[in-house]
Write a protein that binds this ligand. Structure first.
Ligand code: HPA
Ligand code: ZN
Length: 324
């Protein structure tokens, strides 16, 4: 079973590039950029990675991001992730990045974007991995700030496949961003949104209704609402579930309590993803191995998860054929 899981081709649809910053690379980049970290060693960084909830994680995540200043820094984190992804037989990945977390620190959109794009191109050429970008708006920031990021992205429009919504969830309903998402759709971006991770199922309804999200990131709260489950099934809306993230952020008490198997059995279009692998203790294979064991998933379940991941990509039918 383990070989089957690790060796099978898969797609990853929910990974934050900034969340792939491994402690070792964080320390190396901080040294290069002459930034003083609040940690003494790589082990010290790892020890800081215990979280009570989404907010306590995001504080550490946004603090880690501070080391990223140059195009080279963005190239390196992306390249590192793509190498790891390729080694885990990920054929295609749709990666989030958080432009507002960088432009508000005075870093140009261009440096962030060009660094990431360079690594994506090398990934395609040297590793044979196909990679796409989704630009996330931070829901805790203003609509004007999200619109500013959207306008800055327009010159690079052809390289960014979609927009998403992330960051602190409770108290920040998706509805607030309806106008930004409407403009993004007009510009040709596809849309996704984090919803129902820590927040209620109502936020999933809102993401579908007001943002016209084509996929829901996390979305596990849907199981509290059978009408919503029926809609997600009828519309075949993919849910990009991140099990190790959910446990580290105490969304569920243990993997045995995770609703993934229930969601699969209900016929929902679930996929497995790593979210912020450097912070949550595992990339896609570690997530798959952990849920397989805790929930006693069989070969059929695992195969469905991999098949779902390819079906849920934003690739065209023709492009999908080349991934398998
Ligand atoms: N949830 C919400 N926002 C995020 C996350 C997450 O896990 N990671 C980075 N931004
Ligand atoms: Zn996420």
């Amino acid at each position: 079973m383990n070989e089957f899981i690790c060796g099978m081709p898969k797609a990853e649809l929910h990974v934050h590039i900034e969340g792939t910053l491994e402690p070792q690379l964080m320390v190396a980049i901080a040294e290069r950029n002459k930034i003083k970290l609040p940690y003494k060693s790589v082990e010290d960084v790892r020890r800081a990675y215990t979280f009570e909830d989404l907010s306590s994680f995001l504080e550490i995540y946004y603090s880690g991001i501070q080391v990223l200043l140059t195009e080279q820094d963005f190239y390196e984190i992306t390249w590192n992730y793509l190498k790891k992804a390729s080694s885990q037989h990920i054929r295609h990945t749709e990666m989030f990045f958080d432009p507002q977390a960088h432009i508000t620190r005075g870093i140009s959109f261009e440096s962030v974007f060009i660094g990431i794009l360079g690594a994506m191109m090398d990934g395609e050429k040297k590793l044979g991995i196909s990679a796409r970008l989704i630009m996330c708006f931070q829901r805790c920031m203003s609509v004007a700030s999200a619109m500013e990021a959207l306008l800055l992205s327009l010159p690079y429009r052809e390289w960014i496949i979609g927009v998403g919504l992330d960051s602190y969830e409770v108290g920040y309903p998706p509805k607030k961003f309806a106008s930004v998402f409407a403009r993004a759709r007009q510009e040709g971006f596809l849309t996704v949104a984090h919803a129902g991770e820590e927040g209620p199922s109502e936020y999933i309804w809102q993401a579908l209704h007001y943002l016209k999200a084509l996929r829901i990131d996390h979305g596990t709260a849907c199981i509290q609402d059978m009408q919503l489950v029926a809609l997600l099934k009828a519309e075949s809306i993919p849910l990009t579930v991140c099990p190790l993230s959910n446990i580290k952020l105490h969304i569920f008490d243990s993997l045995k309590m995770h609703p993934l198997k229930k969601m699969l059995d209900m016929g929902l279009h679930v996929t497995i993803n790593s979210d912020d692998p450097a912070y949550f203790g595992g990339y896609i294979n570690e997530n798959l191995l952990a849920v397989q064991e805790a929930l006693r998933l069989d070969h059929n379940d695992i195969y469905r998860l991999a098949r779902n991941s390819f079906q849920a990509t934003f690739q065209t039918a023709k492009e999908k054929m080349t991934l398998l």
